[in-house]
Design a protein around this ligand. Structure first.
Ligand SMILES: CC(=O)[C@@H](O)[C@H](O)COP(=O)(O)O
Ligand SMILES: NCC(=O)COP(=O)(O)O
Length: 241
């Protein structure tokens, strides 16, 4: 079964636009779970333009499924996750001024550093996932870091899917097969939506979890949050495959 973790960054973006507490992020997390989300993902960025560090602390007390905290393991980020101890930490190599995540790790170049961070986080009970492009060398090097999982950065898949689904999925499928051989758990995320999700799910062996935010929250404006989460869940059922 592939789990759906709903990324609520964009709920915080909307809240921060007015500086008050509407929409209420904690209530939104509770509601997502009640509507069928099997996890809540947040990506606190250094400028706190959407998720604030305090939100992560508050969410830990509220989320009953699984809290996944994404980010670049800067000293501040590591202090935060050491304090909060979310169920999963996803390491993302994004620059402080990045508009959004735009690349996976170079696990060859940063192998020793990642080994140290992964060991540190596993020692406090967090599952660790490393954000990665579907590159076989990067998958092999990720396995040597001791990480539990990798998360495929799916922007390239999403961009190519409308014109050629087969071409779009090929590198991801090959990398997923290698991940299985290496006993690495597999997550995926970025730009997944109601058009491209079922095909990804059908074609990636061992896909444990997808985290989806931007498109899902956009869809919810038209379809409602409960209905939208159910629609995304349906893309991940095996009968769809
Ligand atoms: C790692 C990843 O792909 C997501 O966290 C994505 O970057 C969403 O972050 P933003 O909501 O800040 O764009
Ligand atoms: N890890 C990916 C994620 O959390 C959501 O990415 P997106 O759906 O907002 O592009």
């Amino acid at each position: 079964m592939t789990k759906l973790s709903v990324n609520i960054n964009k709920i915080a973006t909307l809240r921060n636009a007015r500086g008050h507490n509407r929409p209420n992020l904690l209530q939104a997390a509770r509601d997502c779970e009640q509507f069928g989300a099997q996890g809540i993902t947040v990506h606190p960025r250094p400028d706190e333009r959407h998720i604030r560090y305090q939100d992560v602390r508050d969410l830990k007390a509220v989320v009953t499924t699984e809290l996944n905290v994404e980010g670049n393991p800067t000293p501040d980020f590591l202090d935060l996750v050491r304090e909060v101890r979310p169920e999963q930490v996803t390491l993302v190599p994004d620059a402080p001024d990045a508009i959004t995540s735009n690349a996976g790790w170079d696990t060859v170049q940063h192998q020793a550093y990642l080994q140290q961070v992964v060991a540190d986080l596993k020692a406090i009970g967090c599952r660790v996932s490393i954000f990665l492009d579907p590159d076989l060398d990067m998958v092999r090097a990720a396995a040597t870091t001791g990480t539990d999982r990798i998360e495929f950065y799916t922007e390239d898949y999403a961009r190519r899917y409308p014109t050629s689904p087969e071409e779009a999925i090929r590198p991801y499928r090959e990398a997923a097969e290698l991940a299985q051989e290496l006993n690495l758990g597999l997550n995926a995320g970025h730009d997944l939506d109601l058009d491209n999700l079922a095909y990804l799910h059908r074609n990636l062996p061992g896909l444990a979890e997808v985290s989806i935010g931007h498109a899902l929250i956009c869809d919810a404006l038209y379809l409602g949050l409960e209905n939208t989460i159910q629609l995304y869940r349906r893309q991940l059922t095996d009968t769809q495959s």
